[in-house]
Design a protein around this ligand. Structure first.
Ligand SMILES: Nc1nc2c(c(=O)[nH]1)N[C@H]1C(S)=C(S)[C@@H](COP(=O)(O)OP(=O)(O)OC[C@H]3O[C@@H](n4cnc5c(N)ncnc54)[C@H](O)[C@@H]3O)O[C@H]1N2
Ligand code: MOO
Length: 387
């Protein structure tokens, strides 16, 4: 049974970043830069007007000689005493010393007057970046602003790490997928959570497949997929219907994490096949499955995506939360301006607390109560935050 932090770091270390590929910008969103983003050109490439108005040369008054639209590429030259009307973003004519905004411009006949400090309202060539300048290091998530930046420096493609593929097998003869639980029937609450968790963690979710409680069926399922990460729920303990560890042993997988000292979620397991595929065992109790995915699953996926394991930020726990003497407690909390407030309903078979929560408070083992805790976001796509 490994301490929670050790298990999480081990899961991260066990993942292997996928091989970098080149993708058009339209397919690169959400992936991680595999190489630094370097601008191939100076931006802006030429001096541009920052306002709609008039480009002027020297002191006023000026005679308006022509118009320069944003898409105008013909060379325009101004000499002292001349002006041309200009649109925001248009290249300023050579000779222009300033731009007078429309609202500051006074036009009397063909003569223009207005304030014209040298350089005013002109975006200088190279002001945002120079050619060959490093803009972002490898390891940054390509979010919308990164896509826009890449486009604005003239790139059509990015070198990125593709999404890992995640297969999901939900086991349990007692499970039903429609209608109510009852004697001998338990409504599957893990299957509906997995696609969103996988997607929000930045991976590609295959269909959730349901398996009977059969060692052979599990062995065949594990053999059948080439996904980089395979989730198996509901076979993690040591009962007669819990086939995960025997199936992994039969297939020669290496058990990397065999239980984690946390509550809920202690029977979780992580194993690796010779070909590098990882298997994550999610305990059958639904909150335990969720905590296991957020602990080991997110850590392994982040490494496969080329991301580090973020340090979690602390928040105060008003009133304190009792520690467990030996295990890390994972407690559903809502993050407020006053700190992280436990919501109750955090038993391992319940999702009511988690569904209303923003995060799990990570309560380190100890003899008494914790007055602050790290926060593990319930949304695996969220950044850890502080209050
Ligand atoms: N002798 C021991 N028994 C148990 C231990 C233990 O250490 N020794 N650990 C308990 C804990 S903690 C957990 S968590 C579970 C883990 O069990 P499994 O991963 O083997 O899962 P099951 O036994 O199949 O199911 C446990 C529980 O969860 C319900 N379940 C299963 N799958 C789903 C699902 N998809 N949706 C909703 N509920 C599900 C299942 O019906 C059981 O009630 O083991 C404890 N026992
Ligand atoms: O640890 Mo179990 O995973 O509490 O429900």
């Amino acid at each position: 049974m490994l301490p929670w932090d050790v298990a999480r770091e081990l899961a991260h270390a066990t993942g292997t970043p996928l091989k970098a590929v080149s993708k058009p910008l339209s397919d690169a969103g959400g992936l991680v830069l595999a190489s630094p983003l370097v601008s191939p050109m100076a931006v802006p490439p030429v001096d541009r007007a920052a306002m709609d108005g008039y480009a002027v040369c020297g002191g006023g008054p000026w005679r308006v000689v022509q118009h320069v639209g944003a898409g105008c590429s013909a060379p325009v030259v101004l000499t002292v005493g001349e002006a041309c009307s200009i649109a925001t973003g248009a290249a300023v004519p050579s000779g222009a010393t300033s731009v007078v905004r429309d609202e500051d411009a006074v036009l009397v006949g063909e003569l223009l007057q207005g304030p014209a400090e040298p350089g005013r309202h002109i975006r200088r060539a190279g002001e945002e970046c120079q050619a060959d300048e490093l803009l972002l290091p490898a390891g940054v998530v390509v979010d919308p602003a990164v896509l826009g930046l890449a486009a604005s420096v003239g790139l059509n493609r990015l070198t990125v790490i593709p999404q890992p593929r995640v297969a999901a097998f939900v086991t349990g003869d007692e499970l039903v997928h429609r209608g109510a639980s009852g004697p001998g029937r338990v409504r599957d609450a893990i299957g509906p959570m997995l696609p969103g968790l996988i997607t929000r963690a930045g991976a590609q979710a295959g269909p959730v497949q349901h398996l009977p409680d059969s060692r052979q069926a599990l062995i065949e399922a594990l053999r059948s997929t080439d996904a980089e990460l395979i989730l198996v729920s509901g076979s993690s303990a040591s009962g007669p219907a819990d086939h995960l560890r025997p199936a992994l042993a039969a297939l020669g997988a290496e058990l990397i994490v065999d239980g984690v000292a946390c509550r809920p979620g202690h029977p979780q397991a992580l194993a690796r096949f010779d070909d590098g595929r990882l298997v994550l065992g999610l305990p059958g109790n639904p909150l335990a499955a969720l905590t296991a995915f957020l602990t080991l699953g997110v850590a392994a996926i982040r490494r496969m995506r080329g991301l580090s394991l973020p340090a979690l930020t602390f928040a105060p726990l008003p009133g304190g939360v009792p520690c467990h003497p030996r295990s890390t407690r994972l407690v559903p909390v809502r993050v407020t301006a006053q700190g992280a407030v436990p919501l109750g309903h955090g038993g391992s078979a319940m999702l009511r607390g988690a569904a209303a929560a923003d995060a799990l408070a990570v309560i380190d083992p100890g003899p008494a109560s914790a007055i602050a805790a790290r926060l593990l976001p319930l949304d695996p796509g969220a950044q850890p935050w502080a209050v």
